[in-house]
Design a binder for this molecule. Structure first.
Ligand code: SAM
Length: 392
């Protein structure tokens, strides 16, 4: 069972509900269920994912009650007396958002990509990479397994920019997942027509993960040949208008990136009304033109997380797999203690994981998924983080 607890609906205004988790109240958007006060839901990322019977919810909450308050105490203790930059960020995170922490699953369903980004190991020019595509039913089965057997409530479906998955295939995949499982579905499929995204929203997808990579337009164009930053930003704005939750951000440590760029990256992420900040270190891939550049230091990444938290007290900030890869032992822990409050766990079938080679030696590759979930939950317990939703 993964990390999520149901909350009680205590307020309803149009499609926004207030959900109570042992006295902590969070707002969530409700698009799919008819709800009344006193009923229970699972929410993720500020979105109602599932309605739960009162009996089932009360029995789950009963098992959580003692632990929930213990976790709150642990987190509060770790967030007290802030002195360093990281501690101040952790203090602010605790003050504004409490100890809630979201865990999303991610399935990387294809490593084909029509783009040629200079930093990315799955760029189309990397002829050494063995390519794979998951069949639609394989993706559906993976998503249903994530929801039903592993208990995930939010799932990112990610791929290179692979047009083999046309509108019909994507609609079929989302429809089938929604028929069988309750999940917040987040698409990370790159730049597609707004028309396509509208269709997928109508089918039930509710989030988009699409980084703008860098706010420096000329650097962007150098790193993403034939692409323009303004198109990416325009798309993100339109997708927000469609109603999608927006997960976006940038890469840290790109060759040619300045400190001023990073300051602008943080500001741009916030100004887009981002629902989940997703930024992580650039990790050099040997089969790319940037393979010989260094990765940024752990401290550089953590201080950017911390500064982002201080500037955006209520942000949801993802601790990315790239940060975990940068420091396999402590990346996740340090990210959570420097202002982060969300995580992703890779649920891609093991036989494909190594092939989704955006950067080398990714953390968790081919590790047993249950073991990875268990060690993550253990870490969250040690830091006092609870699976209540972070709210809108
Ligand atoms: N096609 C989708 C898109 O364009 O957003 C999703 C796939 S893309 C490979 C996912 C993310 O991987 C990118 O947004 C980029 O930030 C990240 N990425 C690619 N190469 C990387 C590298 N060498 N180091 C760290 N992150 C990298």
């Amino acid at each position: 069972m993964c990390y999520a607890i149901p909350g009680k609906v205590v307020g309803i205004k149009d499609n926004i509900v207030t959900v109570d988790y042992f006295g902590e109240k969070k707002k969530a958007k409700n698009d799919f269920y008819s709800l009344e006060r006193g009923e229970y839901v699972y929410a993720q990322g500020g979105f109602v994912v599932q309605k739960v019977s009162i009996q089932e919810a009360e029995s789950i909450l009963d098992t959580w009650k003692e632990l929930f308050f213990q976790l709150q105490k642990t987190d509060l203790k770790l967030a007290q007396n802030p002195k360093t930059l990281y501690q101040r960020a952790n203090y602010i995170r605790n003050k504004y958002l409490g100890n809630a922490c979201c865990i999303h699953g991610i399935i990387e369903f294809s490593n084909y990509c029509r783009c040629d980004c200079l930093y990315c190991g799955i760029r189309k020019s990397n002829s050494e990479l063995l390519r794979y595509r998951m069949e639609p039913d394989e993706i559906v089965n993976g998503a249903v397994e994530a929801a039903k057997n592993l208990g995930f409530k939010a799932l990112v479906l990610q791929s290179g920019e692979d047009l083999w998955y046309d509108d019909d295939k994507l609609v079929e995949i989302i429809n089938k997942i929604r028929e069988k499982a309750a999940l917040l579905l987040v698409l990370s499929i790159g730049e597609r027509d707004v028309k396509t995204y509208k269709k997928l929203y109508k089918t039930g997808a509710r989030g988009v993960l699409l980084r703008f990579e860098t706010s420096n337009a000329s650097l962007y164009q150098k790193l993403r040949p034939k692409h323009k930053l303004e198109d990416r930003i325009e798309l993100l704005k339109k997708l927000r208008e469609v109603g999608y939750l927006i997960f976006t951000g940038f890469l840290i440590g790109l060759p040619g990136q300045t400190k001023e760029d990073i300051d602008n990256d943080i500001k741009l992420t916030a100004s887009l009304g981002t629902d989940m900040f997703s930024f992580g270190p650039f990790l050099p891939h040997p089969q790319t033109p940037l393979g010989k550049y260094p990765a940024p230091s752990l401290d550089a990444v953590l201080s950017i997380i911390a500064n982002t938290r201080l500037a955006n007290p209520e942000a949801k900030i993802l601790v990315t797999t790239a940060l975990e890869t940068l420091d396999k032992e402590n990346g996740m822990k340090f990210g959570l203690l420097a202002g982060g409050n969300s995580l992703m766990i890779n649920l891609t079938p093991q036989k494909y994981q190594r092939l989704y080679d955006i950067y080398p030696d990714r953390v968790g590759i081919e590790e047993d998924i249950s073991r990875r979930i268990d060690s993550t939950i253990k870490l969250l317990h040690s830091l006092g983080r609870a699976p209540a939703d972070l709210g809108l």
